[in-house]
Design a protein around this ligand. Structure first.
Ligand code: NAD
Length: 416
């Protein structure tokens, strides 16, 4: 299979890359390269015109050695089981790297939510929850939002879980609206955590973030907030952004809030007044200080890696760089902040949400941000120190730390 198509293959190769240093036995490596459990389901949904459409859905629980599995739910037309497996594996390493007492999971439905009415979206969300609710729970597997799902979808799913099981368990799903057991700071946690990691990287490179030029691929939850926080908190200049329909650039800088208003009105960032329309490929190759891929996997491949000119690539998306592209960026001395280090803010604040749900508490925003900073900074420094000490790329360092923690838990539990 073509590397860009075989996302799970890419993730498995990363495990091999670090397993030599860890001296993993083939038996242990074999366990780490297979999901623990997969659910495949057909989900019939009545549409507004009275017809019934059947959608294909998945939930992959990858590894629960360190705790209940955790990971988002995607609604996307191009979803595949291969991608969900890879993303569930990444969630395992992400939770371990950030030292959360959680394993990894991911779910998805092959569908295009942009074609649905709100009522259809609600029926699909509830039907998906009905399919998985006997296999999940606050101490088993806890879903969250991901691409094309949001707090409203999480609220419907939480309600459906309560309807089916009789348990009004806030901790069964995270990324809920704040008035329904959601955490302060969850809405922009992925981007906020990403910028905390970028801040550390910039300090290492002696790069001044005030005035630094930034291109952001993807203008959804992660990408919009990355653009907004970049300008509002760090004084960076967002010179280009994109979505699935195309990209725009403005060397003097874009106002992310104005671009969002335009996107909400027209459905896309393209044709924003005062900006030049460019292709998504051109955005990735711009001569900027920081490139933030915040869309989907496989954005940087062998085809374009040679032309990436950013000094820092901060991977807010999961799996935006293929293994071969990764080597090229490393050779070009581009500082990569690997995905599960850079975008850990989302699951970290989701974990804080669970802790608040379990203790029936509600933390102020400042407390959430303080704890998030502590988690991200600790993980960044651990990865950077490992990378420097053993002269290995940041990604390999992150994998090695995370996989070792998962294997230790498997050993203590007597699984290996
Ligand atoms: P989202 O659905 O809110 O936004 C996705 C954006 O990407 C949309 O603007 C879409 O138009 C754009 N897009 C899709 N294909 C594109 C393409 N080919 N080129 C340019 N833009 C494209 O999703 P999100 O929640 O922001 O997630 C984005 C990435 O971040 C995913 O990889 C996701 O797994 C990862 N992530 C998200 C969270 C979170 O908390 N939301 C946490 C960790 C990681």
């Amino acid at each position: 299979m073509d590397e860009a198509m075989d996302f799970f293959g890419v993730v498995k190769r990363q495990i091999c890359n670090c397993s030599l240093g860890l001296n993993l036995s083939p038996d242990v490596e074999g366990i780490l390269k297979m999901p623990m459990r997969e659910l495949h389901m057909s989900i019939p949904v009545r549409m507004d015109d009275g017809s019934i459409r059947t959608f294909q859905g998945f939930r992959v629980q990858y590894n629960n050695a360190r705790g209940p599995t955790k990971g988002g739910i995607r609604f996307h037309p191009d979803e595949t089981i291969n991608t969900i497996r890879g993303l569930a594996a990444i969630m395992t390493w992400k939770c371990a790297l950030h030292d959360l007492p959680l394993g990894g999971a991911k779910g998805g439905v092959i569908c295009n939510p942009k074609e649905f009415s709100e009522a259809e979206l609600e029926r699909l969300s509830r039907a998906y929850m009905q399919s998985i609710c006997r296999f999940i729970g606050p101490d088993r597997d806890i879903p969250a939002p991901d691409v094309y799902t949001n707090p409203t979808v999480m609220a419907w799913m939480m309600d459906e879980y309560a309807n089916v099981t009789g348990n009004t368990a806030f901790g069964v799903i995270t990324g809920k609206p704040v008035s329904l057991g959601g955490s302060e700071g969850r809405h922009d946690a992925t981007a906020r955590g990403g910028w905390m990691a970028i801040r550390e990287a910039a300090a290492d490179l002696e790069m001044d973030l005030a005035g630094a030029t930034v291109a952001v691929q993807g203008f959804g939850n992660a990408g919009y907030h990355a653009a907004f926080l970049g300008t509002a908190h760090y004084g960076a200049k967002i010179v280009a952004v994109s979505d699935s329909r195309g990209a725009i650039s403005r060397p003097d800088g874009l106002d992310p809030e104005a671009v969002l208003a335009h996107k909400n009105e027209t459905g896309s960032v393209i044709r924003f007044e005062g900006a030049e329309t460019i292709s998504n490929e051109e955005l990735l190759e711009l001569d900027v200080d920081i490139l933030i891929p915040a869309a989907l996997e496989n954005a940087i491949t062998m085809q374009n890696a040679d032309r990436i000119r950013a000094r820092i690539v901060a991977e807010l998306a999961n799996g935006p760089t293929t293994t071969e592209a990764d080597e090229i960026l490393y050779d070009h001395q581009i500082h990569i902040i690997p995905d599960f280090l850079c975008n850990g803010g989302g699951v970290i604040v989701s974990y804080f949400e669970m802790v608040q749900n379990f203790t029936m508490d509600h933390w102020p925003e400042a407390e959430v941000y303080r704890r998030l900073d502590e988690k991200i900074t600790t993980a960044y420094r651990a990865v950077k120190d490992f990378s420097r000490t053993y002269a290995v790329p940041m990604r390999q360092a992150a994998y090695t730390i995370a996989v070792e923690r998962v294997v230790k838990a498997m050993e203590y539990r007597g699984c290996v």
